[in-house]
Write a protein that binds this ligand. Sequence first.
Ligand code: RFL
Ligand code: PHB
Length: 406
Amino acid sequence: MTEIEETNHKAPTKTQVAIIGAGPSGLLLGQLLTKAGIDNVILERQTGEYVLGRIRAGVLEQGTVNLIREAGAGARMDKEGLIHTHTDFSFQGEHYQLDIEKYSGGKHVVVYGQTEVTRDLMEEREKAGAITIYEADSVKLHDIESDQPYVTYQHNDELHRLDCDYIAGCDGFHGPSRKAIPSNKIEEYEKVYPFGWLGLMSDTPPVNDELVYCAHERGFALCSMRSPTRSRYYIQVPDTDKIENWTEERFWKELKRRIPPEMAERLVTGPALEMSIAPLRSYVCETMQYGKLFLLGDSAHIVPPTGAKGLNLAASDVDTAYRLFVKIYKEGRTDLIPRYQEICLARVWKAVRFSWWMTMLLHRFESGGRFDFRVQQAEFDYFIHSDAGKTTIAENYVGLPFEALE
Ligand code: RFL
Ligand code: PHB
């Protein structure tokens, strides 16, 4: 048993905030609440090791970085995170650099893997002695419209009940929290794209100092990284494609065709540590609060990864929820509860728009034909050569500001 899983032994019966899910949303909220003296318990379906095995986001906005620091989990991120002041693009092999620091009024992003953020938060939670129940099965939410909501779950073949004041649904897109909202009370919006991203992680030096978002008639590609010795690459594939169709060799060959030729020449290939396909979708559940339930992160919204916004949106939800819970518990301000959804949705829709726009600009649409490709080319050309265009991309890429509760 790992250190992270040792907390499994305790089975609390009551807490102030029951958090479902130990992804970045749940762990970050839990850590901030614990620091503020607000009791919370996290229920997670998987083991800690499994959660840490999922390879996902890599780009943190300044607001996310600040919140991780505020949670007391920023030491390793501050030491090992890579500050990026530029982001690169290419269109049909031609390379462009965007000075995001200059065009956003002095902001930058930090490249530090979601896995590392999660690991740091798990360690801090362990140190603080806050409880996480890993391998909690059949998590169910009860009486969320009442003043006595509770959560039940199976653990070690026993049924447990956890009473609470509030429930934070941090259980991702497929979790039970959003499903607990009655179907006639939920407002949802969705767009599914006809392609996915095939990702490969390898212990090879990144091909470029900055990330490179590449539009190409063969399809989109992204060159990213985790450290000076670890690269992360993605290529657009049809939504019908299967991972079994791809060998590492085929992946490298296809990537080289879509990136600028001088980069293809210096690309160092190596064995894949991980290879998987992620579907692309935009989804918003506008009912982010219902009774005593609050939805945070991927349980409430999904964006295609093109704008690097998913994890960062989770962090801005956490910022609002955390400050709200402090107001509720320290000042009795339950009147501020409706502000949660209001504040989150305004920012969520702007990130949904940006991610959708980046996706539409840079991906190849089979149905679009030659005309649409020319329009994409003209749009890219316009944005990348106009100060207004560059400002628009940079401001959104580094992240829009967090709104205060009052
Ligand atoms: P998570 O990370 O999905 O965590 C939810 C947790 O809930 C647990 N869970 C349950 N627990 C108890 N009972 C149940 N029945 C449960 N069902 C589920 C799960 O096991 C899990 O531990 O959601 P969270 O915390 O809201 O965090 C969201 C982020 O993970 C996500 O938005 C990002 O990874 C998206 N994303 C990116 N975001 C960025 O900001 N920048 C990026 O560069 C970026 N790149 C990416 C991405 C997502 C990707 N994929 C695979 C979708 C790149 C990719 C390829
Ligand atoms: C990543 O490094 O995984 C990554 C970076 C930027 C994105 C999406 C994913 O837009």
